[in-house]
Design a binder for this molecule. Structure first.
Ligand code: UDP
Length: 240
């Protein structure tokens, strides 16, 4: 029963890069299927799962802005559209294994997905459906990490679970320094004052202001998503 798990409602953030894996295509279907299977397992336990999906595997606004006359806002809208592609892919994968899933977009694309309506999203979750929030916050100059923090606060989810390609937050770059140590826990202040590259400042301060803990963990290790959602120890926990 759900009372025995740490969280009842979680916000799982999956970055675009994590979806790509080492596939030369933008999306590795093995990864989307692994996510779907693990999410299925926890929804069966009664834990409510909402997702925010990134788009960096397809298009990242900041790295395109400026080139060939592309202004930042236009580049960011393309980036937000990229997140919709990932969301639809994930939804199709989830539904292929029988998890009812709704995509809600931050700007209207009503032929493709529902518009974001907070109360409706909550209702879906209560009915055991997975909700995927796409198109970030709907605003240029923001990131999907900020969208994750924002949606988490809005739907009263208890935690942001940030699924990445690394085990958590290290005290140094583990690729360059084999001695680098993984932090088990960090405070928001550690993250902001030491400028640790966990999430951008807007996202982490939004979590801090709303007392939303953040767990950073590696989605490539089988079972990790399930563990993170159940509230078992994995990766780095950031809190007050
Ligand atoms: N984006 C945006 N506003 C948002 C969220 C995302 O403009 O609220 C754009 C931005 O260009 C970003 C791209 O969408 O680079 C993809 O999102 P993000 O880089 O956060 O994806 P991730 O790093 O998680 O793959």
């Amino acid at each position: 029963n759900k009372a025995s798990y740490k969280w009842r409602r979680v916000l799982l953030k999956v970055s675009g890069e994590a979806l790509a894996g080492d596939n030369s295509q933008n999306i590795d279907p093995k990864i989307t299927m692994a996510i779907a299977r693990e999410v299925a397992a926890v929804t069966r336990l009664g834990i409510e799962v909402a997702l925010v999906v990134g788009g960096g595997n397809i298009f990242r606004g900041s790295s395109w802005a400026g080139s060939s006359g592309l202004d930042r806002s236009s580049a960011d809208y393309i980036g937000m559209l990229a997140t919709v592609m990932n969301a639809i892919f994930l939804q199709a994968t989830m539904e292929s294994i029988g998890i009812p899933t709704r995509v809600q977009t931050a700007f209207r694309m009503s032929e493709v997905a529902e518009p974001y309506i907070r109360r409706r999203a909550v209702r879906h979750l209560e009915k055991g459906r997975v909700v995927i929030f796409a198109a970030g916050t709907g605003n240029p100059f923001f990131t999907t990490d900020t969208a994750a923090a924002l949606r988490c606060a809005e739907i009263n989810a208890e935690v942001v679970l940030k699924a990445t390609n690394v085990d958590g937050v290290y005290d140094d770059d583990p690729k360059r320094n084999p001695q680098a140590r993984l932090h088990d826990t960090l405070t928001y202040q550690d993250v902001t004052s030491r400028d640790l590259s966990v999430m951008d400042m807007t996202a982490i301060t939004l979590c801090q202001e709303n007392n939303i803990p953040v767990v950073v963990f590696n989605l490539n290790k089988p079972g990790n998503i399930e563990k993170a959602i159940k509230g078992e120890r994995v990766g780095t926990l950031i809190g007050a």
